[in-house]
Design a protein around this ligand. Structure first.
Ligand code: ZN
Length: 403
């Protein structure tokens, strides 16, 4: 690993505002200064002495060295958002391009050093989510890092690989509501009556599912115990027993009776997810039940199945938190978990749930009477150093705890 030298800009310099904060992520830049000699030392000198511009960042890395100019727990002016989040809370890293001609891709020594330096900072700060490393471009669309020098996502992947982090699919948070049967989005706007939905798409060809029937256990603890990437809470219990068809690793744990006989099952066999009226006696890796079916062959059908599958009104005709499982034409699994009955989230109607599934391209989807998705990573961008494998225990007691 390349050493990061420390040569701090003097305190009191206009380019070292010195406001203490806890860093939330790393914003990477390129200097876009192609003059030979414009490396870490020169840029450090520049920031310490420049009079007519307020500009600063934390680290510069070039072809043979790296220098830290400002402590990571102090803000700097690199993002162009004034006193916005990125200047206030993010660490700025500049990658020098002195070793190449304009228009050329970054030279390999500089690229490798940059990957190495950013990985060191990420690990030292406890940043482990994809969202905690971003190109400057995300702030206002500025061409930084310069498009000719490096591919932003490729660089991020290389950094995470250097950190030894396994990359997980991202959980996307969206805020939705419907008006006259049309789905609308208002991400991050809590003045609008709407519902936060967390959405995840998984490759349907190689899923490993495990169903653990244990009452009273915390999902976050089970997640760690089984080394899982994602977990959902499935409190479909009655008198401490699992209700409806449930199979774990080929073993039948519970069987449906009464109205449950009309419900649909979600099952995984040989790594592939399925939704349908599945035979619980077949050897499934995992199988559980849900109702109503919301979408069939891409068409919305919630109201038909709401009646046919005798979904009670407190779930069927009112707003609620919901867990939705769907499969698209290529067999990929879509999971969406909606908050509900919290201060900020009104919960989804079944119609909204079905419209949302349809908007994501699901062909077949049902509501599973599961409550909460425990997911790694991306939803926790607001929490510095938050570990990816922790999270809320249940949707009931915790409002949108991440906002
Ligand atoms: Zn920049």
């Amino acid at each position: 690993m390349i050493a990061i030298k420390q040569k701090f800009i003097p305190l009191g310099s206009p380019n070292r505002p010195g406001r203490r904060r806890q860093a939330r992520g790393v914003l990477f830049h390129t200097t876009n200064n192609w003059k030979y000699g414009a490396g870490d030392e020169m840029h450090g000198e520049y920031m310490a002495t420049v009079k007519d511009r307020v500009v600063s960042w934390h680290v510069t890395v070039d072809k043979d060295s790296a220098t830290q100019h400002i402590p990571f727990d102090e803000n700097a002016y690199h993002a162009g958002d004034g006193n916005g989040d990125y200047n206030s809370y993010w660490i700025g890293v500049e990658i020098a391009c002195e070793a190449v001609e304009p228009g050329e891709p970054l030279d390999l020594p500089t690229y490798r050093n940059a990957v190495d330096v950013v990985a060191q900072i990420m690990m030292q700060q406890g940043f482990d989510s994809w969202e905690q490393l971003q190109p400057h471009k995300v702030v206002y669309g500025k061409d930084c890092p310069h498009h000719s020098l490096l591919y932003h996502d490729r660089f991020k992947r290389d950094v995470f690989e250097r950190m030894g982090t396994k990359l997980l699919p991202a959980v996307v948070k969206e805020r939705i509501y419907s008006m006259n049967g049309v789905l609308k989005r208002c991400d991050g706007d809590y003045k609008v009556k709407a519902t936060d939905v967390r959405y995840l798409k998984l490759d349907g060809k190689r899923l490993r599912f495990k169903f653990v029937a244990r009452t009273g256990a915390k999902v976050s603890e089970l997640l760690i115990e089984y080394g899982a990437d994602f977990a959902t809470n499935a409190p479909y219990f009655w008198d401490g027993k699992v209700l409806g068809d449930a199979v774990a690793e080929g073993q039948v744990i519970a069987q449906a009776y009464g109205k449950m006989l009309t419900w649909h099952e979600f099952g995984v066999k040989g790594g592939r997810p399925q939704i349908g009226q599945l035979d619980p006696i077949v050897q499934w890796d995992v199988l559980v039940q849900g109702a109503p079916l919301l979408i069939e062959a891409g068409n919305i059908c919630w109201d038909y199945y709401r009646i046919q599958q005798q979904v009670p009104d407190d779930i069927g005709t009112s707003r609620a938190q919901r867990t939705l499982y769907g499969i698209d034409a290529s067999g990929d699994l879509h999971i969406a978990v909606a908050d509900g009955r919290t201060k900020f989230d009104q919960g989804l109607t079944l119609e909204e749930a079905a419209l949302y599934m349809q908007s994501k391209g699901m062909h077949l989807g049902a509501e599973l009477r599961w409550r909460w998705l425990q997911c790694a990573g991306s939803e926790r961008e607001g929490e510095p150093g938050a570990k990816s494998r922790s999270g809320g225990e249940s949707g009931e007691s915790r409002p949108s705890d991440l906002d």
